[in-house]
Design a protein around this ligand. Structure first.
Ligand SMILES: Nc1ncnc2c1ncn2[C@@H]1O[C@H](COP(=O)(O)OP(=O)(O)OP(=O)(O)O)[C@@H](O)[C@H]1O
Ligand SMILES: [Mg+2]
Length: 270
């Protein structure tokens, strides 16, 4: 047996549970050994964030997560000078903190960030592994235990927001999808506390609704929504109400589409 990358301290809390869909855990471990930056792509609520949290805990690494948005600039990531008690002091941003301390830096929805973010990510994501801090003139060398992971949802990607090939090609990429029904039933049952036999029809309904993606719906039902719906049922909410609030209302505001989804739900759930 190969030695563990990091001895796991029995006193540490158990890593967040994650059910793999394929070889993504092994792939992550290999990428970590060689510090190959990773890009995770997949629909909302399919387990990307859970996967990174699981792997960070499994490898015994601190995790720095940054949720990117369309106003996020390079300075938000690297840091800025702030006025404190009449003095100007440099305050590290989350990316700089991660590079200084080492660990996994996870940039969620990276396509949303402003274009200047690529300028700081490029030298960090290739073999140079440096973070240039333009304002202080420093160039930080990432320590050996630093790894960059980014994610995005290709579904929302507009041409305007596509990642440039020069950015994409600095990462090895893993595509995420939804789990196979049997696995998804087990995950939703474990997360919500609802027995598997009561989760099964919800997963079957999700399968039907996912087929409508691209026709009437921008996105299919996520595993996250299934967990919400099953949790509401587990708390005693009638199935119909939970399906409406947990699986249908979050998907659409269009009255006609909603009526069609309710009809599908009626057929599958009864
Ligand atoms: N493979 C899995 N193993 C365990 N739980 C999962 C898995 N996939 C999804 N889940 C459940 O679904 C929830 C949503 O997953 P998560 O937050 O990781 O999605 P995401 O892909 O990061 O979504 P987003 O793109 O919206 O950030 C988790 O909190 C967990 O309950
Ligand atoms: Mg996420």
């Amino acid at each position: 047996m190969k030695p563990a990358l990091h001895a796991i301290d029995a006193t540490l809390p158990a890593p967040p549970t994650y059910t793999p869909a394929g070889n993504e855990c092994a792939l992550f471990e290999h990428a970590w050994k060689r510090r190959v930056p990773l890009l995770l792509k997949g629909p909302t609520g399919c387990g990307k964030t859970r996967f990174v949290a699981h792997m960070a805990a499994r490898l015994g690494l601190p995790l720095f997560t940054v949720s990117c948005h369309d106003d996020l600039t390079a300075a938000d990531l690297t840091g800025r000078y702030l006025l404190k008690g009449g003095e100007t002091v440099w305050v590290d941003g989350p990316l700089t903190r991660a590079v200084r301390q080492g660990g996994i830096c996870y940039l969620d929805e990276v396509v949303e960030a402003r274009k200047d973010v690529a300028v700081v990510l490029h030298p960090l994501a290739d073999d140079r592994r440096v973070l240039p801090l333009e304002r202080t003139g420093e160039e930080l060398q990432a320590p050996p235990h630093f790894m960059l992971v980014v994610s995005y949802n290709p579904g929302y990607q507009s041409l305007l927001k596509a990642l440039k090939p020069s950015t994409r090609q600095r990462f090895a990429a893993i595509e995420f999808g939804f789990l196979a029904p049997e696995q998804e039933i087990a995950v939703v049952a474990a997360e919500s506390g609802l027995p598997s036999e009561r989760v099964a029809p919800l997963v079957a309904l999700a399968g039907r609704l996912r087929k409508l993606k691209g026709h009437d719906l921008e996105e299919g039902v996520s595993t996250r929504l299934l967990v919400y719906c099953a949790s509401l049922i587990s708390e005693g909410l009638p199935v119909r109400d939970a399906v409406l609030a947990g699986l249908i209302e979050p998907l659409t505001d269009d009255a006609d589409v909603k009526a069609a989804l309710i009809e599908v739900a009626g057929v599958v759930i009864g």
